[in-house]
Design a protein around this ligand. Structure first.
Ligand code: NAP
Ligand code: G3P
Length: 487
């Protein structure tokens, strides 16, 4: 059985080969990158950075393996992925322990991410088995006789580059890997530096489950260097990236003419209308804004409400925020230290600037290193940076609007377009407003959220390109091929 990684991880030009005892074999070492536990600052282990030659070797192995992997029967690929998912379920606790230590995600959320990922793999394996092609007859088109038949199917694109972010290093890896493998591609994964051990652990379990070591290959290194080399690599046939909008825009300028999937940042607005159920809205807004300390792309990152509604809503928000547990991941606290001191500094600067400009804190402004206590800021004006930027931390701006049309206009003025939440009892009105919101998904009377993972997940504007969600991802990781029979 593969030993889960928390210590030294060695990777090099020949990729990773599991030795008989499940340990990774030493490989030529490159530069080293220590990975620290963001809470304790203790070094968890050391990553060996792939050299350009290592990267070329890994991508070449993946390229040469596409034919053998895609030639395996679809049902066989599905069986291997089911075995992989079963292994992830079985090893969920040790996987979650590493995840918790690597990204300061609380124990329950870490365990949930692992099980959710295994469920995703199972669902994807099944969905791929039912992606059938079609036969088209020529005489359906004017002027044509029935002398041609087009047999269409979906074929792999080749080598898929999967780049997940730190906040879901397992789930947002498998949401790329599973559809890519099922559609016959091989996959290069560049895990986030903070989260690399978790990414490597699930790859080790994939190998243990029979997925070939040249069908799924990790390439280790900082995104700014290793990532740049990979996205430009001549033998990468599709780039699937999840991360910040800034990095996504950078990648979009680097890639060659290959398909690009981008899941990027968000500034999801919660619009609370005068007839909303205030308690329901407060429950969902607090949960949506502060889970994993606000480090979710789909976190609620601003509330838009009429002044009269805000006056009713704010006490309900404060009451719930005061109940949020603050502490360490192992204590299962909702609010834990952010991924880095730099992240915490960024959040704190946005809050400080807003307060200097007149925003009113409804909760104490309290920070202990990279731990920021949950903050609600009322009277956030549109002139403030926090009204528009993505803090990726436990802060919730309340923006008072003058009318429902004003709320829609402010919501749409954001550069982001991931999701929005709308709280009202008038469903007909909700549908009409939803149609006016320039986002990928509108949640009516619920918090903004990607799950369940077979639902479409789309970002517009600076929030991304392409559609995710099991079926959409299977289609995105493949292309149409037509074979025409001339009778
Ligand atoms: P990030 O800094 O953009 O990094 C994301 C991933 O890209 C990491 O694996 C990173 O590697 C890599 N990377 C960095 N620079 C790169 C480059 N030049 N070329 C190729 N890869 C590069 O984002 P993050 O801090 O990990 O995640 C937080 C951000 O992601 C937030 O903005 C959040 O909204 C967004 N996000 C969006 C979604 C979504 O589904 N829409 C989901 C989760 C997160 P290193 O770690 O080694 O730098
Ligand atoms: O930020 C990661 C994104 O995928 C959020 O997922 O399910 O927490 O909304 P979820």
């Amino acid at each position: 059985m593969a030993q889960l990684l928390t210590g030294q991880f060695i990777a090099g030009g020949d990729g990773i080969q599991l030795s008989s005892d499940g340990r990774f074999i030493e490989a030529p070492s490159g530069d080293r990158l220590p990975v620290k536990n963001p809470v304790t600052q203790a070094v968890m282990g050391t990553l060996h950075i792939y050299s350009p030659a290592d990267i070329d070797a890994a991508v070449d192995r993946a390229r040469l393996a596409v034919s053998a992997w895609s030639d395996r029967p679809l049902s066989e690929r599905a069986a291997l992925l089911h075995r992989w998912a079963d292994r992830i379920h079985a090893d969920a606790q040790p996987l979650a322990d590493v995840l918790m230590d690597e990204i300061a995600k609380n124990a329950q959320d870490a365990l949930d991410e692992v099980h959710r990922s295994a469920d995703y793999i199972h669902y994807t394996a099944e969905e791929a088995l039912r992606l059938h092609g079609e036969a088209l007859l020529s005489d359906a088109f004017p002027g044509q006789r029935r002398n041609k038949i087009s047999l269409t199917s979906r074929v792999p694109v080749g080598v898929v580059l999967a780049i997940p972010p730190f906040n879901y290093p397992i789930n947002l890896a498998v949401t790329k890997i599973a559809p890519a493998l099922m559609m016959g591609n091989t996959v290069i994964v560049k895990p986030p530096t903070q989260g690399a051990f978790s990414g490597l652990n699930i790859i080790a379990l994939a190998y243990d489950s029979g997925i070939p070591t040249d069908a799924l290959i990790p390439v280790i290194g900082p995104g700014s260097t290793t990532g740049d080399v990979l996205v430009r690599h001549q033998f990468i046939n599709l780039v699937s990236f999840t991360g910040s909008s800034e990095t996504g825009a950078h990648i979009a300028q680097q890639v060659k003419m290959v398909p690009l999937q981008l899941e990027l940042g968000g500034k999801d607005a919660a619009l609370v209308l005068p007839d909303a159920d205030i308690n329901r809205a407060a429950d969902h807004i607090v949960s949506g804004a502060f889970a994993y300390s606000g480090q979710r792309c789909t976190a609620v990152k601003r509330v838009l409400a009429l002044a009269s509604v805000a006056d009713l809503l704010n006490p309900a928000l404060v009451e719930r925020v005061e109940r949020l547990t603050v502490g360490t991941p192992s204590e299962n606290a909702i609010i834990t230290p952010l991924i880095s001191m730099a992240s915490a500094d960024y959040v704190w600067d946005l809050v400080d600037e807003a307060v200097q400009q007149g925003a009113k804190p409804l909760t104490p402004l309290q920070r202990d290193g990279s731990l920021i206590y949950p903050i609600i800021l009322d009277h956030v004006e549109l002139s403030m940076r926090i009204a528009w930027e993505e803090p990726f931390g436990p802060v919730l701006p309340i923006i008072r609007v003058s009318s429902v049309p004003d709320a829609i206009e402010v919501a749409n003025r954001s550069e982001y377009g991931l999701q929005a939440a709308l709280f009202t009892k008038d469903i007909a009105q909700a549908i009409q407003i939803a149609e006016k919101l320039d986002v990928g998904t509108v949640q009516i009377n619920g918090k903004t959220s990607r799950g369940p993972d077979h639902f479409p997940f789309v970002g517009t504007k600076a929030s991304g390109m392409g559609a995710q969600g099991v079926r959409h991802s299977l289609l995105a990781m493949s292309r149409v091929k037509s074979v025409v029979l001339n009778l």
